[in-house]
Design a protein around this ligand. Structure first.
Ligand code: SF4
Length: 263
């Protein structure tokens, strides 16, 4: 094994800024092969990503973390994406049901500290179950969503998963998103049409009022100090002092020393 750092990724990601999401997806598949998966919460951007994967087409599995307290509309969106786009969706679940967790720890999500523990058990730990199976995970973070995502990198180290995170939609504007949705009639979670700008667990997500920030509906009951679950590490860390241990030949491919991919 050899080590790749966030500084290494930042160097090559500079050359990625002008590339389209589809070009970045092709690069990811050619670089990581079968050690690559996408992760989607079946919100709008995750549905766009799933549509792109299915239309290129690329054989990339899609991981979906089902916390056990998802909206029915989200589960139905997942099932439609699998059925109509042919996506290989792999659902990951927490160890405890919400009933078992509540019996053991009480209602966690009503306090700031409890929310962090609940999100860790119900979102982060299910993903950690597949640690070691993938060297890279495609996420759907967009800078246009603002907040901590306003400067999210196209490539980031995920220390906990020992993998590279790839955000092909980082530069996808709201206008580009609307155009893509319209032109391709993408399946989207029907909750977006009911005022939900982002969608998570049914316990912690509400619609937003016109003029509110996009993420105002997440953990509204806790106030603005607790606005991310931690499943995307760049939402929480500053993205600097991180590294992953990967095979040397893979690092060479990532850094462009053994690749002949063409755009
Ligand atoms: S969003 Fe709420 S219910 Fe879902 S895992 Fe986090 S704290 Fe728990």
């Amino acid at each position: 094994m050899a080590r790749i750092t966030q500084a290494d990724l930042n160097r090559i990601a500079k050359t990625f800024e002008e590339r389209t999401p589809e070009e970045l997806l092709r690069w990811a598949k050619e670089t990581f092969g079968n050690r690559l998966a996408a992760i989607s919460a079946m919100q709008q951007s995750g549905c766009v990503m799933g549509h792109m994967i299915s239309r290129i087409p690329l054989d990339i599995p899609v991981l979906f973390v089902d916390t056990g307290v998802m909206f029915q509309e989200t589960l139905e969106t997942r099932d439609r994406m699998a059925r109509e786009y042919g996506l290989k969706v792999r659902t990951l679940s927490p160890e405890l049901t919400m009933v078992e967790q509540t019996e053991k720890f009480g209602v966690l999500y009503l306090s700031v500290e409890g929310q962090q523990a609940c999100c860790h058990m119900r979102k982060v730990e299910p993903l950690l179950k597949v640690k070691g199976e993938y060297d890279a995970l495609i996420s759907s973070l967009r800078r246009a969503d603002g907040g901590r995502r306003g400067d999210c990198p196209i490539l980031a180290i995920d220390m906990e998963m020992n993998a590279v995170r790839i955000n092909p939609l980082a530069n996808f504007s709201d206008e580009a998103m609307d155009d893509y949705l319209r032109a391709n009639k993408v399946i989207i979670n029907p909750l977006h049409a009911q005022g939900f700008s982002t969608i998570g667990c049914n316990r912690c997500t509400t619609p937003v009022m016109p003029g509110e920030p996009k993420r105002a509906g997440r953990w509204r009951h806790l106030g603005p100090w607790s606005t991310y679950c931690g499943i995307n590490p760049t939402d929480l860390d500053d993205g600097t002092a991180t590294s992953a241990d990967l095979p040397q030949d893979l690092i060479d491919r990532i850094m462009g020393q053994k690749t002949d991919f063409m755009i």
